[in-house]
Design a protein around this ligand. Structure first.
Ligand code: A5P
Length: 240
């Protein structure tokens, strides 16, 4: 991305998120079943979809978190479940890092990666909305991988992550209590440093007993809408 806003230069980021969010709402068409993501950027997209619903757009939303469900209800977006709909036409969600080229992702900064991955897996298209500070040449240089684990024996699961050369930290709330996900699990934010093979790390994480889900989204994104100082850039699978 040409303007190259970095994580330190954050003043323009809210506007860039808004640009990407507005562009994603334009991808939604009448009659669609839409996966509604979580996090600050996805919240903006849900707001934008809500405005279109107020103007007559008819969609059914499948939310990825309790917070998004509550926001959607407030906006009058009709909600349903994967019990009622086996296929989602389009899901719009944010990401913590997007790897240029592969379009692999780290997600779960908000602790919603389990539901986000279930919804993304059932989607024909996954559209990811980010500001340009989220684009990276390699996953893991900055972001930790959120790993959702069963509360029971979480320390044993943390030791297994350490054996993969990760440095796990139990996520806690502002009052130092363990953060509990919508699914009732703990989150271990795991620093791996640069991840040379996200595919292989994802397979290893999948094989650890006690891991419920992790924030590596491999080969799932169809389109990335990037808010930049020059406008919205589209990164499609197979393009650079
Ligand atoms: C929520 O669990 C996440 O996957 C978010 O989509 C991701 O952390 C990006 O969040 P922001 O849009 O708030 O940066």
């Amino acid at each position: 991305m040409s303007s190259g806003i970095s994580r330190g230069e954050s003043s323009a980021i809210p506007e860039l998120k808004q640009l990407a969010a507005q562009a994603s709402a334009a991808e939604v068409q009448d009659g669609m079943v839409v996966g509604l993501g979580s996090g600050s950027t996805a919240t903006l997209a849900v707001d934008a979809i809500g405005s279109r619903v107020r103007s007559g757009l008819k969609i059914v939303g499948i939310p990825t978190s309790e917070r998004t469900a509550e926001q959607s209800r407030r906006l009058g977006i009709q909600l349903s479940t994967l019990g009622e709909y086996s296929q989602i036409d389009l899901t719009i969600d944010g990401a913590d890092e997007v790897e240029l080229g592969s379009l692999n992702l780290i997600k779960g900064g908000g602790g919603n990666q389990l539901r986000e991955k279930i919804v993304a897996s059932a989607s024909t298209r996954l559209v990811i909305i980010v500001d340009e500070s989220k684009l990276v040449s390699h996953l893991g240089d900055h972001a930790k991988v959120p790993v959702e684990v069963a509360q029971f024996g979480w320390q044993a699961t943390a030791r297994a992550l350490t054996r993969l050369n990760g440095v796990p930290t139990l996520r806690v709330t502002a009052n130092e209590k363990p953060f509990v996900s919508d699914g009732g699990n703990y989150i271990l934010d795991c620093a791996f440093g640069r991840i040379d093979s996200p595919e292989s790390l994802a397979r290893q994480l999948d094989s650890i007993v006690g891991v419920v889900e992790h924030g590596l989204f491999i080969g799932m994104a169809s389109l990335i809408l990037v808010g930049t100082a020059e406008g919205v850039k589209r990164l499609e699978r197979g393009s650079r």
